[in-house]
Design a protein around this ligand. Structure first.
Ligand SMILES: Nc1ncnc2c1ncn2[C@@H]1O[C@H](COP(=O)(O)OP(=O)(O)O)[C@@H](O)[C@H]1O
Ligand SMILES: [Mg+2]
Length: 255
């Protein structure tokens, strides 16, 4: 679904990503770890096509199509979606109106807001005065309504209390059509028997790894100094290593 080839990205003229290769197949969920400032948000932003991120080399393929020079809107229409780490406040735009604008089909927006406890937020301006957890739930609702094939999430659990992390986890499983299966065997069965399990793919940035308690993840990567230092390993084992030795040592010990 997503293939990134030797991607170099600069922000404000400063090189941030220095040759990223990443392949995410339909049905897979990948996790991206890395210290602050290593370029995690830059990678997601470059895939989405935000103009802040200048691609200075390499290319991004989505479903085999080169999307490197497409606009954000074209990428979104093809099925690329993102939940921001820190989304902006949109004064004068209600959450309900935004949801109507990004609605991929005949989704009943009011109904979809209920499980995320956002029914009373639809009339409010997007993110205006929302708490950290409310912002993250609103991001999930926008993605659910948009229903992208590639679901990119930038620290979906940051600033969210424990009860609400479970809600976010449920929303992510719904987005990825994982049905909340947490063990590999169940996922294998799901893949064999339910074709839709293979239609979606995820790329989740997590700092704490808390979201891994709620969302099954297949492969992990550590972004360190603009490069993927460890790639394609078991995310839980990677997290345990990072917690024990730190990011830098893990880039060698995991390798
Ligand atoms: N406008 C800018 N000009 C220069 N550097 C920037 C700009 N915006 C972001 N950066 C830098 O890019 C680096 C990567 O940022 P980011 O991708 O947000 O990291 P992460 O998400 O891994 O914490 C950081 O060092 C950040 O300070
Ligand atoms: Mg970030």
């Amino acid at each position: 679904m997503l293939k990134i080839e030797d991607l170099h990205v600069a922000v404000g003229g400063k090189p941030i990503l220095k040759g990223i290769d990443l392949h995410i197949k339909a049905g897979e969920n990948h996790v991206l770890f890395g210290p602050n400032g290593s370029g995690k948000s830059t990678l997601l932003g470059a895939v989405m096509g935000f103009s802040k991120y200048q691609v200075t080399g390499g290319r991004i393929l989505f479903g085999g199509q080169d999307i490197t020079s497409l606009s954000i809107a074209e990428r979104a229409k093809l099925g690329v979606g993102i939940a921001f780490q820190r989304p902006p406040v949109l004064n004068g735009v209600s959450l309900g109106d935004l949801l109507k604008a990004v609605n991929a089909g005949e989704n009943n927006v009011d109904k979809m807001a209920e499980p995320l406890h956002l029914e009373s937020f639809l009339e409010r301006d997007v993110n205006s005065g929302f708490s950290g957890g409310e912002i993250k739930r609103s991001e999930m609702l926008q993605l659910l309504v948009q229903d992208p094939d590639l679901v990119m999430m930038d620290e979906p659990e940051s600033g969210v209390d424990l009860e609400n992390i479970a809600l976010i986890g449920k929303a992510i499983n719904q987005l990825l059509q994982r049905n909340g299966f947490l063990d590999n065997e169940s996922i294998a069965v799901c893949r064999r028997e339910m074709k839709e399990c293979r239609h979606k793919a995820g790329l989740i940035i997590t700092h704490t790894g808390h979201i891994l308690d709620y969302v099954p993840a297949d492969l992990g990567h550590v972004l360190f100094d603009g490069q993927l230092s460890c790639t394609g390993l078991n995310p839980r084992e990677m997290l345990a290593c990072i917690q024990k030795y730190g990011y830098e040592r893990c880039t060698s010990c995991l390798a």
